[in-house]
Ligand binder design. Structure first.
Ligand code: PRP
Length: 214
């Protein structure tokens, strides 16, 4: 049985933290597994691993469809995408929060417009708050929305707070805390459970500070 594992890695904010974690777990990885690499599939023959470098939002898609056995992805993307995958481990890397933000002088209006990359999460959260809003879906530079009048408020990731600050916006309310997770394809988890458990355990030991398992 083919025991090689394919791992979907998210290019962008999480990538270097995820790579550091894999290295800390003692995995011997090729140099070409790097954020700035144009190569989209990287083999790590020593570990019998194959990596796919994809957009964060595409990690759960690759894992659900089984082109990757495993994936590293932020809880924000996982919550938004609602894919049928196993969440194996909280890797506790790239911590940030998903928050409601806006201009400091914002006055309540009826049916405010909220710009976000997370329409499902935002719609659900506002519904739970009993607030009616119009959600406007953007794919990036969400902080521009309140500055240009496209939206009254935003729901977006806040990490250092620098993007909000540099655009004269303030965090109004935290919606949820976010860290990155290890996810698995359901069939892979059954068919390759030995290898997946071993890799997951190696990562878990780094996360909990128990030391490297080789
Ligand atoms: C996220 C988020 C904010 C920024 C927040 O974007 O959408 O724009 O990071 O980080 P900060 O609080 O440290 O300033 P990301 O860099 O993931 O890229 P994207 O906008 O292309 O999704």
């Amino acid at each position: 049985m083919d025991e090689r594992l394919t791992v979907a890695m998210p290019k962008g904010r999480i990538f270097s933290d995820a790579l550091d974690l894999l290295k800390e777990a003692g995995l011997k990885l090729p140099r070409e597994l790097a954020q700035d690499s144009r190569k989209l599939r990287v083999e790590a023959p020593v570990e019998d691993l194959s990596f796919l470098l994809v957009k964060p939002v595409d990690v759960p898609t690759c894992v659900e469809h089984g082109v990757a056995d495993l994936g590293v992805v932020g809880k924000d993307v996982l919550m938004e995408e609602e894919r049928d995958v196993y969440e194996l481990l909280d890797l506790q890397i790239s911590p940030c929060r998903l928050s409601l933000a806006g201009k400091p002088d914002w006055q309540p209006v009826l049916n405010p417009k909220v710009a976000t990359k997370y329409p499902r999460i935002a719609n659900r959260w506002f519904r739970e708050q009993g607030q009616q809003v119009e959600v406007i879906c953007l794919n990036g530079s969400v902080e521009l929305a309140p500055l240009t009048g496209l939206a009254d408020r935003i729901v977006d990731i806040v990490s250092t707070g620098q993007t909000l600050q540099e655009n004269g916006l303030v965090e109004l309310q935290e919606i949820t805390r976010v860290t990155s997770r290890l996810i698995a394809n359901r069939a892979s988890y059954r068919l390759k459970s030995r290898r997946i458990d071993k890799l997951s355990e190696r990562l878990a030991r780094v996360v909990t500070g128990e030391g490297v398992l080789r």
